[in-house]
Each structure stands twice: as C-alpha cells, then as structure tokens.
Design a protein. Sequence first.
Length: 460
Amino acid sequence: MKSAVETLNPTRVRLTVEVPFEELKPSLDAAYKKINQQVTVKGFRQGKIPARVIDQRFGRGAVLEEAVNDALPKFYTEAVNEGELNVLGQPEVDITELKDGELLAFTAEVDIRPALEIPDYSGIEVEVDAVEVSDEDIDKSVEQLRERFATTAPVERAAQDGDVLTLNLEAKVDGEVLEDGVAEGVTYTVGSGELLDGIDEAVKGVEAGNSATFTSELKGGSAEGKEAEVKVEVTEVKSRELPELDDDFAQLASEFDTFEELRADSRKRLEQMKKYDQATQAQEKVLDELLKLVEVPIPEKLLADEIETRKHNLVNHQLGQMGLDLAKYLEIQGKTEEEFDAETKEQAEKGIKTQFILDELVNKEKLNVSQEELTEHLMRRAQSSGMSPDQFAQAVVEGGQVPMLVGEVARGKALAVVVEAATVKDSNGEVIDLDDEDETAETVEAEGTDAEAADEKPEA
C-alpha cells in the first residue's frame, strides 16, 4: 500500500492511497463467505456456493463493493498511522479507481488537530482578589445561620414584613376562575418576592380571616403571561422569632460552647472559601492569558458540531428541566437570538482552543494520570452528578468515557503547571502562593467538544 498526505489547510488534509489488488484478498474472501451465508442457489448447499457462481448470479461488482467497504477502514487507518496524523471526526472518502485484479485507489479528506507551538508561559502575570474577611462578612454569615434556627408563632395582628402567612388564592381571567387558578393552604413569607408580583403589597396590613384583591401577570399555568385578578385570603399570621446571638445559640447551632468560638470558626471558613475562590480566579485568568499566547486554528466542522452540541444540551436538558424553551430563555436573559448565537460561538471556540492547548501541554510536559488521580476525579464527578461512585463508574465504563475522564484530569494537571509557573498577585500587590490550593486546578473541561482522535470506519 502507498499513501501520500496533502495539507489543504492547517486543520485539514487529503490522503491519497493506492492498494495493490492482492492486498484485498482477505476482504474478498470474507465478502464471498458473507454472501454465501445470505443467499441460496438451487443445486448448492448454503455456504457452499462457488465464487464463480456468485459472480454469475449476483455480479462481481456486488462482491467488490462488499470487499472494499470491509477493507477501507484498515487501509485508511494504516495511511493515518503512516502519516502520523492526529485526526478528528469521520473522513470523507472517495474511491478514485477500482480495477478488478489490479488496483484500488481512494482519497480521504479529514480534519486534524493543528500543530501548535506553545511559547514560554512563565511570564504570565495576573491579579486576583485579596483574601479579606471583614466583621460585616462574619455578621452576614452568622445571620444566615441564625435564620435557619428561626421559629414561628401565631400572632393576632395584621401581617407585616417577615411574617409567615397561610394563604388561599383564587385567580380570575376575564371574570372566570381558572381551573388551575385555585390554591389553598399556601405558606408564604411576606417580602420574599416569591409567588406573584403585587402580593406583598396586598397582604401587608391584612389580619387572619380577611382577604384582599390585586392584579398580577401570571407566571405559569394555563393562562401564563395574562393579567389576572387574584383574591388572596389570609388564614393565619405567624411572626418569625430569631434566637439571641449568645452562647446558647452557639451550642444550639454548632459544636462550639461560646458565641465567640462560633464567630472565630465563621471567620476561618470564610477565609477558606475566599482562598478557594482566589485560586479558581487565578486559574481562569491564567488560562485566558495562555489562550492569548497561542494561535489556534479551528476546523470549521468541529466548531459547527460543538455549537450545535451546546445548543442541544441547553435546550433539551437544562431548559427542558425548567419547563422553558429557547425563546422564553432569551426573553428572561434579555438577549436576542443573534447575541445568543455569538456568545455560543465564542464559548465553543474557547472550549476547543482550551482543549487543544492543554492537550499539547500534556504531551510537551509528559504528564501522566495515575489510578489514584483518576479515582479521585471520578468521585468528584459522581458527587456533582448526584450518582453514587459505583453507579457513575459503571456508567462511565459502559459509555466508553474513561479516556474522556483521563483527558479531563490530564488537562487539569497541565493547567496547574502553567499556574505554578505564572506570577499571581492579589489586589494588594502581594504575590500569592497557590500550592495549598492545588485542588482547584484539578480539571479543565471543554464540555461537549468532539476534539478526539477519530476511529470511525469510513465507507465507500
């Protein structure tokens, strides 16, 4: 077999392959055997029909077509390996010559990963937020904890902000009560901004046993988007009582004996969170600077497929679970379809570039993924997916996604190498040592990208 590679552009090549006919013999034998099992000829047992009879009855062309389709993947793969190509996606194959007994010739156009030159990245310098925890931050954290331990008690007075009410609701459109417009025993906290626009103003000052009417645009149901007249009846008013911020509260809400110990622990937790955020911010900013250093051509089809994948995942998974379509989502986001398409393209380009560059760094730095690292990553992915580690691992293996997970870990390690080489300063000008925050740089995913070496079998 002879093969040659012609570069069409930085991300696409054309393979020209010539195969001597004798190299088709195994596929020809397999084709005759396959046809033998599928057809019957009077006077011959099934599977024992001579090749010349098959040629006469069904045509030599049918046999050649079967043999070529069987042989193409093997010859294509050999040509790819001979040319040392890192191919992407399925090739477009064209049989240019097929002379029975003499020669098979074909071309295959296919996208490839572009050759990248990774420059010196040690000069990258980024600024991140300083880790500063104020007394106000601690007060807010403690107050959130306090809210969780609030209690309610019925009161005989008019409803006011912060009260917890029990309500009966009835919505009318054009004077008719909606079938799905009646609800009883609804619990609502005044001032929360939930349920319907205008309800807070309507219930304030209303005592249990009394009602009020207001007009609001319905947010869901059969009359979504329409103006409705809503009657709201208050059946119970409860005040929320917050515990005193003292040692008793500390013992109730934590493992600490004193309130001061609780506040000290809150400070420590907030500092850890801000350090984590700081390391994540450094990772993102270093990646952005790295992307600026490398020119990355992107295959057009790969980009189109990536854009389509991202749209599909958004519409059919994320929005579908929320009961939204794309038009409603864009309305909520205040974006036009053109703006959405432009953003999606930009995100897709960044995802592909990130994967190409970090994969190149994995090779350049000779980074390997240990079983322990893969297991830790699998555990984290399982936790975020809501599945048990065993369930997630089984799904990964059955879906053939182990190489994808290995790639995620390897790319995370590659980015960690770049972050370590970069200079990271906080907003106070202090150089930050991120060695203690290495967990944040564990993974960089180009979600949904198809930039993987293809092993699809081409057909004529």
